[in-house]
Design a protein around this ligand. Structure first.
Ligand code: GTP
Length: 359
């Protein structure tokens, strides 16, 4: 079984995290998000993953290589210019041999892919779209289907009061190769706005596979933080990866945890925490971070090599690799700090601050 993962987006909403790191390589508990997804595919019986990439692809290629470290074959098809979600599939068509999974690269879900395949084999249409129910569908594409699951129409981002259903396209598909014939080549094409609606108009059969799985589109900083909180709260169990042993989750108070670490929290390898610092709850502290005397870190994500100097306070923030927060500085309320940036001693950041290196 093959799977295509769409990883060509620029990830603008996660800037400045995505200036140097493509969104699929953004870490989730110290392991690239994409690795978590690929391991889940392997566990579902997928033996080849094709990455449709374009933005900062080398970081992805350097990490996964031929896929041997993640236990399946990984190949790459690079786009010179973004081809859109369907154009990217058309671009990999000659690699696909039969029915295949398609995943948006930024979806975190507990969806059972084997069950989805069984559902598709039972229905026998041209494809299946994973659907989930949300309270407010206005930011998503709604799927309207009949009692058999057959999709009648798509409604993109309806005003909340006019939404025809609470079931939305959750970004995982299982498609027959015949779908590829409907995608024009050589230009950007959207699968949600063009290919799927055109397929229905031509009498094709697409089915919704509606589940109540954990599901989160990790495209914005708030959702990225939520993904970590949800795992710490036990709402989602992540598949383990070959890197997973590099850090420890402390879900509850533990004799192994330093007394000044307040669970739930995650601590990577080689972390130093001063005995007078306070870390947690909901602190994700990547490999090699240093937390100085009297510093506080809570409800925040620190990538690798971050230094929090004495007396600094970090709350409700995301700090990318090798950020330094100077003595007594305050980083708070939705701040997102890019790689290698330094926050000067004593500086107090505005809520929602976005700081890149050199700012
Ligand atoms: P934003 O810029 O923050 O909207 O993020 P994004 O660029 O990732 O766009 P979006 O979240 O809408 O994309 C959903 C998924 O499709 C992500 O996994 C993207 O990497 C992927 N994607 C979007 N456009 C393209 C494209 O043109 N080519 C490929 N290969 N993937 C794409």
């Amino acid at each position: 079984m093959q799977a295509v993962i769409l990883v060509g987006g620029e990830g603008t909403r996660l800037r400045p995290l995505t200036y140097g790191t493509p969104k699929p390589m953004v870490p989730l508990f110290g392991v690239p998000f994409l690795e978590r997804t690929i391991v889940r595919l392997r566990e579902a019986g997928v033996n080849e993953v094709i990455l449709a990439a374009g933005y900062l692809p080398q970081a992805i290629i350097d990490h996964f290589g031929d896929g041997s470290t993640v236990g399946l074959r990984v190949t790459y098809v690079l786009e010179k210019a973004p081809l859109g979600t369907a154009g990217a599939l058309r671009n990999v068509a000659d690699r696909l041999t039969g029915a295949f999974f398609v995943l948006n690269g930024d979806v975190l879900t507990s969806l059972d892919l084997r069950a989805m395949l069984a559902y598709h084999n039972d229905k026998g249409g041209e494809g299946v779209i994973h659907a989930i129910r949300v309270d407010d569908p206005s930011a998503f594409g709604c799927l309207v289907h009949d009692g058999t699951g057959r999709i009648a129409r798509f409604v993109e981002k309806p005003p909340r009061a006019e939404a025809p259903t609470d079931e939305i396209n959750a970004g995982t598909y299982l498609l027959e190769r015949s779908v590829l014939d409907r995608i024009p080549s050589g230009r950007a094409v959207s699968i949600e706005r063009e290919t799927f609606p055109e397929l229905l108009a031509a009498g094709g059969r697409l089915y919704a596979y509606t589940t109540d799985d954990y599901w989160l589109d990790v495209g914005r900083p708030e959702q990225y933080v939520q993904a970590h909180s949800d795992v710490l709260d036990g709402k989602l169990v992540l598949p383990s990866s070959h890197h997973a042993s590099s850090g420890t989750v402390f879900a509850v108070p533990s004799p192994q945890a330093p007394p000044n670490l307040h669970p739930p929290a995650f601590v990577g390898a080689g972390v130093t925490i001063d005995p007078s610092a306070v870390v947690g709850p909901y602190a994700i502290v990547g490999d090699g971070c240093r937390i100085g005397a009297g510093a506080h870190v809570r409800n925040s994500i620190l990538w690798d090599g971050v230094a929090i100097e004495a007396g600094a306070q970090v709350s409700d923030a995301i700090l990318a690799s090798n950020v330094t927060v100077g003595k007594g500085a305050i980083v708070r309320a939705g701040a997102v700090i890019g790689h290698d940036a330094s926050i000067a001693a004593g500086r107090v950041l505005e809520p929602q601050a976005r700081i890149a290196a050199g700012d």
